[in-house]
Write a protein that binds this ligand. Sequence first.
Ligand SMILES: NC(=O)c1ccc[n+]([C@@H]2O[C@H](COP(=O)([O-])OP(=O)(O)OC[C@H]3O[C@@H](n4cnc5c(N)ncnc54)[C@H](O)[C@@H]3O)[C@@H](O)[C@H]2O)c1
Ligand SMILES: O=P(O)(O)OC[C@@H](O)[C@@H](O)[C@H](O)[C@H](O)CO
Length: 382
Amino acid sequence: MIVHLGLGNFFRAHQAWYTAEAKDGWGIAAFTGRSAQAPDPRYKLVTRGPESDEISWPDAIRETHPGTDRAAWERLLAQRETAVVTLTVTEKAYAGEDVPGRLVAGLKARRDSGSGPIAIVPCDNLPDNGAVTRRVVTEAARRADPALAGWITENVSFVSTMVDRITPASTPPEVVTEPYHEWVLQGDFPAGRPAWDTVGARFVADVLPHEQRKLWLLNGGHSLLAYVGSARGLTTVAEAVDDPECRALLETWWDEAAAALPLPAGEIRDYRAALAERWENARIRHLLAQIAMDGSQKIPIRVLPVLRHARENGTLPVGAIGIVAAWRRHLHGAGAPVDDAGAARFAAATTAREFLGLLDPALAADDDLVAALDGEPVVSSR
Ligand SMILES: NC(=O)c1ccc[n+]([C@@H]2O[C@H](COP(=O)([O-])OP(=O)(O)OC[C@H]3O[C@@H](n4cnc5c(N)ncnc54)[C@H](O)[C@@H]3O)[C@@H](O)[C@H]2O)c1
Ligand SMILES: O=P(O)(O)OC[C@@H](O)[C@@H](O)[C@H](O)[C@H](O)CO
Protein backbone atom coordinates (compact mmCIF):
# COMPACT_ATOMS: atom_id res chain seq x y z
CA MET A 1 0.00 0.00 0.00
CA ILE A 2 1.08 3.56 -0.80
CA VAL A 3 -0.19 6.60 1.09
CA HIS A 4 -0.22 9.84 -0.88
CA LEU A 5 -0.55 13.44 0.36
CA GLY A 6 -1.74 16.18 -2.04
CA LEU A 7 -4.46 14.71 -4.21
CA GLY A 8 -4.05 16.89 -7.30
CA ASN A 9 -4.04 16.39 -11.04
CA PHE A 10 -0.33 15.83 -11.38
CA PHE A 11 -0.46 12.97 -8.87
CA ARG A 12 -3.34 11.41 -10.83
CA ALA A 13 -1.44 11.68 -14.14
CA HIS A 14 1.95 10.65 -12.80
CA GLN A 15 2.45 8.55 -9.65
CA ALA A 16 -1.08 7.07 -9.70
CA TRP A 17 -0.76 6.34 -13.43
CA TYR A 18 2.68 4.65 -13.01
CA THR A 19 1.29 2.56 -10.15
CA ALA A 20 -1.77 1.48 -12.14
CA GLU A 21 0.34 0.67 -15.20
CA ALA A 22 2.82 -1.41 -13.16
CA LYS A 23 -0.09 -3.83 -12.59
CA ASP A 24 1.50 -5.58 -9.63
CA GLY A 25 -1.24 -5.19 -7.06
CA TRP A 26 -0.21 -1.96 -5.31
CA GLY A 27 -2.99 0.43 -4.32
CA ILE A 28 -2.99 4.00 -3.05
CA ALA A 29 -4.81 5.68 -0.17
CA ALA A 30 -4.76 9.36 -1.16
CA PHE A 31 -5.26 12.38 1.09
CA THR A 32 -6.17 15.86 -0.09
CA GLY A 33 -3.64 18.55 0.79
CA ARG A 34 -6.09 21.08 2.14
CA SER A 35 -9.63 20.31 1.02
CA ALA A 36 -12.02 18.96 3.65
CA GLN A 37 -13.82 16.97 0.91
CA ALA A 38 -12.41 13.66 -0.31
CA PRO A 39 -12.97 13.40 -4.08
CA ASP A 40 -14.12 10.30 -5.95
CA PRO A 41 -11.12 7.98 -6.42
CA ARG A 42 -12.18 7.38 -10.02
CA TYR A 43 -11.07 9.77 -12.74
CA LYS A 44 -10.83 9.85 -16.49
CA LEU A 45 -7.29 10.40 -17.79
CA VAL A 46 -7.17 12.10 -21.18
CA THR A 47 -3.71 11.67 -22.71
CA ARG A 48 -3.72 14.47 -25.24
CA GLY A 49 -1.32 14.07 -28.19
CA PRO A 50 -0.85 16.63 -30.96
CA GLU A 51 -3.38 14.76 -33.15
CA SER A 52 -5.70 12.79 -30.88
CA ASP A 53 -6.71 11.80 -27.34
CA GLU A 54 -6.34 8.47 -25.60
CA ILE A 55 -8.78 7.81 -22.76
CA SER A 56 -8.09 5.59 -19.75
CA TRP A 57 -9.39 5.08 -16.20
CA PRO A 58 -6.31 4.40 -14.00
CA ASP A 59 -7.43 2.38 -10.99
CA ALA A 60 -4.56 2.53 -8.49
CA ILE A 61 -6.33 4.97 -6.14
CA ARG A 62 -8.33 2.67 -3.86
CA GLU A 63 -9.51 5.16 -1.25
CA THR A 64 -9.50 8.91 -0.72
CA HIS A 65 -9.54 10.88 2.52
CA PRO A 66 -9.77 14.54 3.42
CA GLY A 67 -6.41 15.87 4.61
CA THR A 68 -8.22 16.94 7.78
CA ASP A 69 -8.75 13.29 8.76
CA ARG A 70 -5.62 12.98 10.88
CA ALA A 71 -6.86 9.76 12.50
CA ALA A 72 -7.02 7.97 9.12
CA TRP A 73 -3.59 9.39 8.18
CA GLU A 74 -1.96 8.10 11.36
CA ARG A 75 -3.79 4.75 11.15
CA LEU A 76 -2.61 4.16 7.58
CA LEU A 77 0.98 5.17 8.23
CA ALA A 78 1.03 2.85 11.24
CA GLN A 79 0.03 -0.18 9.14
CA ARG A 80 2.83 -2.55 8.18
CA GLU A 81 1.33 -2.90 4.66
CA THR A 82 2.07 0.79 4.03
CA ALA A 83 5.53 0.79 2.48
CA VAL A 84 5.71 4.14 0.68
CA VAL A 85 4.45 7.70 1.21
CA THR A 86 4.39 9.94 -1.87
CA LEU A 87 3.88 13.72 -1.83
CA THR A 88 2.73 16.41 -4.28
CA VAL A 89 2.09 19.43 -2.09
CA THR A 90 3.68 22.29 -4.17
CA GLU A 91 7.10 23.81 -3.57
CA LYS A 92 6.00 26.22 -0.86
CA ALA A 93 4.67 23.47 1.43
CA TYR A 94 8.23 22.36 2.24
CA ALA A 95 8.92 25.78 3.76
CA GLY A 96 5.79 25.66 5.94
CA GLU A 97 4.98 23.77 9.13
CA ASP A 98 1.85 21.87 8.11
CA VAL A 99 3.28 19.16 5.82
CA PRO A 100 6.37 18.41 7.97
CA GLY A 101 4.05 18.31 11.00
CA ARG A 102 1.72 15.82 9.35
CA LEU A 103 4.64 13.62 8.34
CA VAL A 104 6.04 13.71 11.87
CA ALA A 105 2.65 12.73 13.34
CA GLY A 106 2.34 9.85 10.85
CA LEU A 107 5.89 8.65 11.50
CA LYS A 108 5.33 8.78 15.25
CA ALA A 109 2.30 6.51 14.77
CA ARG A 110 4.44 4.17 12.69
CA ARG A 111 7.23 4.02 15.27
CA ASP A 112 4.72 3.41 18.06
CA SER A 113 3.08 0.56 16.10
CA GLY A 114 6.42 -1.17 15.47
CA SER A 115 5.68 -1.48 11.76
CA GLY A 116 9.27 -0.78 10.75
CA PRO A 117 11.00 1.21 8.02
CA ILE A 118 9.26 3.16 5.28
CA ALA A 119 10.13 5.31 2.23
CA ILE A 120 9.02 8.92 1.72
CA VAL A 121 8.99 10.02 -1.90
CA PRO A 122 8.47 13.76 -2.55
CA CYS A 123 7.36 14.45 -6.14
CA ASP A 124 7.47 18.25 -6.25
CA ASN A 125 9.71 20.35 -8.47
CA LEU A 126 12.46 20.98 -5.92
CA PRO A 127 16.14 20.10 -6.34
CA ASP A 128 17.20 17.27 -4.03
CA ASN A 129 13.62 17.03 -2.77
CA GLY A 130 14.45 13.93 -0.69
CA ALA A 131 17.15 15.76 1.26
CA VAL A 132 14.90 18.82 1.69
CA THR A 133 12.11 16.59 3.06
CA ARG A 134 14.53 14.78 5.36
CA ARG A 135 15.74 18.10 6.75
CA VAL A 136 12.31 19.67 7.40
CA VAL A 137 10.85 16.45 8.85
CA THR A 138 13.84 15.75 11.09
CA GLU A 139 13.91 19.34 12.36
CA ALA A 140 10.16 19.23 13.11
CA ALA A 141 10.56 15.86 14.87
CA ARG A 142 13.49 17.13 16.92
CA ARG A 143 11.37 20.01 18.21
CA ALA A 144 8.52 17.66 19.15
CA ASP A 145 10.35 14.54 20.36
CA PRO A 146 14.14 14.12 19.98
CA ALA A 147 13.88 10.32 20.28
CA LEU A 148 11.52 10.29 17.30
CA ALA A 149 14.09 12.24 15.26
CA GLY A 150 16.57 9.45 16.00
CA TRP A 151 14.06 6.78 14.94
CA ILE A 152 13.44 8.65 11.68
CA THR A 153 17.16 8.80 10.94
CA GLU A 154 17.39 5.04 11.40
CA ASN A 155 14.15 3.95 9.74
CA VAL A 156 12.98 6.41 7.10
CA SER A 157 14.40 6.54 3.58
CA PHE A 158 13.90 9.92 1.90
CA VAL A 159 13.96 9.31 -1.85
CA SER A 160 14.92 12.15 -4.23
CA THR A 161 13.03 12.31 -7.50
CA MET A 162 12.81 14.09 -10.81
CA VAL A 163 9.21 14.04 -12.02
CA ASP A 164 7.92 15.15 -15.39
CA ARG A 165 4.56 15.11 -17.12
CA ILE A 166 2.86 18.34 -18.13
CA THR A 167 -0.57 18.28 -16.49
CA PRO A 168 -2.50 21.56 -16.64
CA ALA A 169 -5.28 22.38 -14.20
CA SER A 170 -8.57 20.87 -15.43
CA THR A 171 -12.06 20.14 -14.17
CA PRO A 172 -12.51 16.91 -12.17
CA PRO A 173 -13.19 14.08 -12.81
CA GLU A 174 -11.30 14.67 -16.08
CA VAL A 175 -7.50 15.00 -15.95
CA VAL A 176 -5.74 16.09 -19.13
CA THR A 177 -2.08 15.23 -19.56
CA GLU A 178 0.53 14.85 -22.29
CA PRO A 179 1.86 11.53 -23.66
CA TYR A 180 5.42 12.25 -22.40
CA HIS A 181 6.26 11.00 -18.91
CA GLU A 182 9.49 10.69 -16.98
CA TRP A 183 10.38 9.65 -13.42
CA VAL A 184 13.92 9.31 -12.08
CA LEU A 185 14.43 8.21 -8.46
CA GLN A 186 17.41 7.96 -6.11
CA GLY A 187 17.09 6.15 -2.79
CA ASP A 188 16.01 3.00 -1.02
CA PHE A 189 12.59 1.44 -0.51
CA PRO A 190 13.14 -0.59 2.69
CA ALA A 191 9.59 -2.01 2.72
CA GLY A 192 9.25 -2.58 -1.03
CA ARG A 193 7.71 -0.64 -3.91
CA PRO A 194 5.69 -1.14 -7.09
CA ALA A 195 7.59 -2.20 -10.21
CA TRP A 196 7.50 1.36 -11.56
CA ASP A 197 10.66 0.52 -13.53
CA THR A 198 8.61 -1.78 -15.77
CA VAL A 199 6.74 1.31 -16.99
CA GLY A 200 9.80 3.46 -17.59
CA ALA A 201 10.77 4.87 -14.16
CA ARG A 202 14.53 4.89 -13.71
CA PHE A 203 16.33 4.15 -10.42
CA VAL A 204 19.72 5.85 -10.39
CA ALA A 205 22.64 6.46 -8.03
CA ASP A 206 22.61 10.22 -8.66
CA VAL A 207 19.44 12.03 -9.65
CA LEU A 208 21.04 15.50 -9.61
CA PRO A 209 21.90 15.91 -13.33
CA HIS A 210 18.40 14.70 -14.28
CA GLU A 211 16.83 17.20 -11.87
CA GLN A 212 18.98 20.03 -13.18
CA ARG A 213 18.16 19.18 -16.81
CA LYS A 214 14.44 19.22 -16.11
CA LEU A 215 14.30 22.11 -13.62
CA TRP A 216 16.45 24.46 -15.71
CA LEU A 217 15.41 23.62 -19.26
CA LEU A 218 11.73 22.81 -18.68
CA ASN A 219 10.67 24.64 -15.53
CA GLY A 220 13.05 27.59 -16.07
CA GLY A 221 11.85 27.80 -19.67
CA HIS A 222 8.26 27.64 -18.45
CA SER A 223 8.84 30.57 -16.06
CA LEU A 224 10.40 32.56 -18.92
CA LEU A 225 7.37 31.95 -21.14
CA ALA A 226 4.98 32.68 -18.26
CA TYR A 227 6.40 36.12 -17.42
CA VAL A 228 7.58 37.29 -20.84
CA GLY A 229 4.69 35.72 -22.75
CA SER A 230 1.88 36.91 -20.49
CA ALA A 231 3.34 40.44 -20.53
CA ARG A 232 3.07 40.24 -24.33
CA GLY A 233 -0.63 39.43 -24.08
CA LEU A 234 -0.29 35.67 -24.62
CA THR A 235 -2.27 33.10 -22.63
CA THR A 236 -0.83 29.61 -23.17
CA VAL A 237 2.54 27.90 -23.40
CA ALA A 238 1.83 26.88 -27.02
CA GLU A 239 1.19 30.52 -27.98
CA ALA A 240 4.30 31.76 -26.17
CA VAL A 241 6.70 29.19 -27.62
CA ASP A 242 5.44 30.19 -31.07
CA ASP A 243 6.08 33.90 -30.41
CA PRO A 244 9.40 35.05 -31.98
CA GLU A 245 10.44 37.30 -29.08
CA CYS A 246 9.72 34.64 -26.44
CA ARG A 247 11.37 31.96 -28.57
CA ALA A 248 14.55 33.97 -29.11
CA LEU A 249 14.97 34.59 -25.37
CA LEU A 250 14.11 30.94 -24.67
CA GLU A 251 16.87 29.68 -26.99
CA THR A 252 19.36 32.06 -25.27
CA TRP A 253 18.25 30.78 -21.85
CA TRP A 254 18.58 27.18 -22.99
CA ASP A 255 22.14 27.88 -24.22
CA GLU A 256 23.03 29.32 -20.81
CA ALA A 257 21.43 26.38 -18.96
CA ALA A 258 23.17 23.89 -21.28
CA ALA A 259 26.54 25.48 -20.45
CA ALA A 260 25.90 24.79 -16.75
CA LEU A 261 24.60 21.21 -17.15
CA PRO A 262 26.96 18.28 -16.45
CA LEU A 263 25.51 16.22 -19.31
CA PRO A 264 26.65 15.25 -22.83
CA ALA A 265 25.77 17.86 -25.47
CA GLY A 266 23.79 15.33 -27.53
CA GLU A 267 21.54 14.49 -24.59
CA ILE A 268 20.81 18.17 -23.97
CA ARG A 269 20.15 18.80 -27.67
CA ASP A 270 17.66 15.91 -27.84
CA TYR A 271 15.87 17.05 -24.67
CA ARG A 272 15.56 20.62 -26.01
CA ALA A 273 14.10 19.36 -29.27
CA ALA A 274 11.62 17.10 -27.47
CA LEU A 275 10.66 19.93 -25.14
CA ALA A 276 9.92 22.34 -27.99
CA GLU A 277 7.73 19.67 -29.58
CA ARG A 278 5.85 19.04 -26.30
CA TRP A 279 5.18 22.75 -25.83
CA GLU A 280 4.07 23.21 -29.43
CA ASN A 281 1.21 20.76 -28.80
CA ALA A 282 -1.55 23.40 -28.86
CA ARG A 283 -4.15 20.79 -27.90
CA ILE A 284 -2.67 20.99 -24.37
CA ARG A 285 -3.97 24.28 -22.98
CA HIS A 286 -1.39 25.06 -20.32
CA LEU A 287 -2.06 28.53 -18.95
CA LEU A 288 0.87 30.89 -18.43
CA ALA A 289 -0.97 32.28 -15.39
CA GLN A 290 -0.83 28.86 -13.69
CA ILE A 291 2.93 28.62 -14.22
CA ALA A 292 3.47 32.25 -13.09
CA MET A 293 2.20 31.46 -9.57
CA ASP A 294 4.64 31.41 -6.63
CA GLY A 295 7.60 32.90 -8.51
CA SER A 296 9.32 33.69 -5.21
CA GLN A 297 9.58 29.93 -4.60
CA LYS A 298 10.41 28.96 -8.17
CA ILE A 299 12.89 31.56 -9.52
CA PRO A 300 15.61 30.78 -6.94
CA ILE A 301 15.46 27.10 -7.90
CA ARG A 302 14.93 27.25 -11.65
CA VAL A 303 16.98 30.26 -12.69
CA LEU A 304 19.57 31.35 -10.12
CA PRO A 305 21.91 28.33 -10.39
CA VAL A 306 22.40 29.07 -14.10
CA LEU A 307 22.81 32.80 -13.43
CA ARG A 308 25.48 32.08 -10.81
CA HIS A 309 27.28 29.65 -13.09
CA ALA A 310 27.48 32.27 -15.85
CA ARG A 311 28.75 34.98 -13.49
CA GLU A 312 31.39 32.62 -12.09
CA ASN A 313 32.54 32.19 -15.67
CA GLY A 314 32.61 35.93 -16.31
CA THR A 315 29.62 36.17 -18.66
CA LEU A 316 26.42 38.19 -18.36
CA PRO A 317 23.62 35.72 -19.11
CA VAL A 318 21.01 37.63 -21.09
CA GLY A 319 18.42 34.84 -20.83
CA ALA A 320 18.66 34.39 -17.05
CA ILE A 321 18.68 38.15 -16.46
CA GLY A 322 15.71 38.43 -18.83
CA ILE A 323 13.70 35.96 -16.73
CA VAL A 324 14.50 37.74 -13.45
CA ALA A 325 13.62 41.10 -15.04
CA ALA A 326 10.36 39.75 -16.49
CA TRP A 327 9.39 38.30 -13.10
CA ARG A 328 10.15 41.67 -11.49
CA ARG A 329 7.91 43.45 -14.01
CA HIS A 330 5.21 40.82 -13.40
CA LEU A 331 5.32 41.76 -9.70
CA HIS A 332 4.65 45.35 -10.79
CA GLY A 333 1.60 44.45 -12.87
CA ALA A 334 2.87 43.19 -16.24
CA GLY A 335 1.05 40.15 -17.63
CA ALA A 336 -0.53 37.42 -15.50
CA PRO A 337 -2.00 38.40 -12.12
CA VAL A 338 0.33 37.95 -9.16
CA ASP A 339 -0.57 34.88 -7.07
CA ASP A 340 2.30 34.41 -4.64
CA ALA A 341 2.22 34.69 -0.84
CA GLY A 342 5.96 35.44 -0.87
CA ALA A 343 5.82 38.27 -3.43
CA ALA A 344 5.30 41.37 -1.25
CA ARG A 345 8.89 41.93 -0.15
CA PHE A 346 10.18 41.50 -3.71
CA ALA A 347 7.55 43.92 -5.02
CA ALA A 348 8.56 46.44 -2.34
CA ALA A 349 12.23 46.49 -3.42
CA THR A 350 12.83 49.85 -5.11
CA THR A 351 16.22 49.22 -6.77
CA ALA A 352 17.71 46.36 -8.75
CA ARG A 353 20.37 45.91 -6.05
CA GLU A 354 17.78 45.64 -3.30
CA PHE A 355 15.76 43.19 -5.41
CA LEU A 356 18.79 40.98 -6.07
CA GLY A 357 19.75 41.18 -2.39
CA LEU A 358 16.49 39.50 -1.47
CA LEU A 359 17.37 36.63 -3.80
CA ASP A 360 21.03 36.35 -2.80
CA PRO A 361 23.31 38.97 -1.17
CA ALA A 362 26.23 37.77 -3.32
CA LEU A 363 24.30 38.66 -6.47
CA ALA A 364 23.52 42.12 -5.07
CA ALA A 365 27.25 42.76 -4.67
CA ASP A 366 27.82 42.10 -8.38
CA ASP A 367 27.89 45.61 -9.94
CA ASP A 368 27.76 44.38 -13.55
CA LEU A 369 24.72 42.23 -12.81
CA VAL A 370 22.96 45.07 -10.98
CA ALA A 371 23.62 47.37 -13.94
CA ALA A 372 22.31 44.74 -16.38
CA LEU A 373 19.09 44.28 -14.40
CA ASP A 374 18.70 48.06 -14.09
CA GLY A 375 19.10 48.42 -17.83
CA GLU A 376 16.60 45.71 -18.77
CA PRO A 377 14.16 47.14 -21.30
CA VAL A 378 10.48 46.90 -20.56
CA VAL A 379 9.09 43.86 -22.42
CA SER A 380 7.79 45.09 -25.73
CA SER A 381 4.11 44.48 -26.33
CA ARG A 382 3.19 42.82 -29.59
N1 LIG B 1 1.15 19.86 -12.98
C1 LIG B 1 2.31 19.49 -13.48
O1 LIG B 1 2.51 19.50 -14.71
C2 LIG B 1 3.43 19.06 -12.57
C3 LIG B 1 4.52 18.38 -13.12
C4 LIG B 1 5.58 18.03 -12.30
C5 LIG B 1 5.54 18.29 -10.95
N2 LIG B 1 4.46 18.90 -10.44
C6 LIG B 1 4.47 19.15 -8.98
O2 LIG B 1 3.20 18.82 -8.43
C7 LIG B 1 2.70 19.91 -7.67
C8 LIG B 1 1.19 19.88 -7.73
O3 LIG B 1 0.78 20.14 -9.07
P1 LIG B 1 -0.72 19.88 -9.53
O4 LIG B 1 -0.79 20.27 -10.96
O5 LIG B 1 -1.15 18.54 -9.09
O6 LIG B 1 -1.51 20.95 -8.69
P2 LIG B 1 -2.95 20.80 -8.03
O7 LIG B 1 -3.33 22.20 -7.68
O8 LIG B 1 -3.87 19.97 -8.87
O9 LIG B 1 -2.67 19.96 -6.71
C9 LIG B 1 -1.87 20.47 -5.69
C10 LIG B 1 -2.07 19.64 -4.45
O10 LIG B 1 -1.20 20.16 -3.45
C11 LIG B 1 -1.94 20.45 -2.29
N3 LIG B 1 -1.31 21.58 -1.61
C12 LIG B 1 -1.10 22.81 -2.08
N4 LIG B 1 -0.52 23.57 -1.15
C13 LIG B 1 -0.38 22.79 -0.06
C14 LIG B 1 0.11 23.01 1.23
N5 LIG B 1 0.62 24.20 1.61
N6 LIG B 1 0.09 21.99 2.09
C15 LIG B 1 -0.41 20.79 1.72
N7 LIG B 1 -0.88 20.52 0.51
C16 LIG B 1 -0.88 21.52 -0.36
C17 LIG B 1 -3.32 20.78 -2.79
O11 LIG B 1 -4.25 20.67 -1.76
C18 LIG B 1 -3.48 19.74 -3.88
O12 LIG B 1 -3.86 18.50 -3.34
C19 LIG B 1 3.37 21.13 -8.27
O13 LIG B 1 3.46 22.18 -7.35
C20 LIG B 1 4.72 20.61 -8.67
O14 LIG B 1 5.65 20.71 -7.60
C21 LIG B 1 3.40 19.30 -11.21
O1 LIG C 1 3.92 22.77 -11.16
P1 LIG C 1 4.76 23.97 -10.80
O2 LIG C 1 3.89 25.05 -10.27
O3 LIG C 1 5.95 23.63 -10.01
O4 LIG C 1 5.35 24.53 -12.15
C1 LIG C 1 4.59 24.81 -13.28
C2 LIG C 1 5.12 24.04 -14.48
O5 LIG C 1 6.42 24.51 -14.81
C3 LIG C 1 5.21 22.56 -14.16
O6 LIG C 1 4.02 22.10 -13.62
C4 LIG C 1 5.57 21.71 -15.38
O7 LIG C 1 4.47 21.63 -16.25
C5 LIG C 1 5.95 20.34 -14.95
O8 LIG C 1 7.00 20.38 -14.05
C6 LIG C 1 6.23 19.41 -16.10
O9 LIG C 1 6.61 18.18 -15.63
